[in-house]
Design a protein around this ligand. Sequence first.
Ligand SMILES: [Zn+2]
Ligand SMILES: [Zn+2]
Length: 234
Amino acid sequence: MKIKVLGCSNSWTPRFTSCYLINENILMDCGCDAYKAYFKEGKKLSDIKLFLITHFHADHIYGLNVFLTRIHRLGNQGEKPTIVGPKGIQAMCERVFETCNLIKHDFSDEINFVEAEDGKNFKFDNITITPVKLDHGDVVDFGYNFEENGKRFGYTGDTTLVPALYDFVKKCDICIMNISRTKTNPKHLGIDTFKQLTTKYPTKKLLAAHCDEDVYNLPLLQDKRAEEGMIIEL
Ligand SMILES: [Zn+2]
Ligand SMILES: [Zn+2]
């Protein structure tokens, strides 16, 4: 499995928002500016066959607009893509498209929309993908666990500390966690939890992403951050 970090920031920094390219045809999260990072890869919009969305905040979903606009203009070029996300994913995608284009459009004919269910895994190519319901305060967040050839990767999206997060990390060899704040609050993880989990699971490689600037610049994180352009192979 190969993961390329196209963007891994929140909205409040100069860096690109969340977007991860997995094995050339999966995009996980697609933040508002992340399509710019995608184009730098020299890829076509139609190359992505599976989109995985953690939750409905702009820094995780609004970049889908360019993919939806391409489909609206040109139709599917090849295989119908699938978009997986929390309950209401189709309505949310159509809302993103309408907000950006001032056009209402029903994408049922062009896209397979799948509502993620906690723990209900599915296969894509040779990868088993398991959505795990985490807790982003008043917004539903799904982390995604990936397993291919016995190697395991995970990305939490935005979450606070819940019991399910321990199991989530346990099921990863490498895990990208959105560590937004210095202290964990009811919506976001903080450095306190990151320290706790790195101590609790010393054999796991945990990488912090989505950090506020003060967190991003902490010496503690200098070699423990996900960074734009980083390639993870496992
Ligand atoms: Zn976010
Ligand atoms: Zn969020």
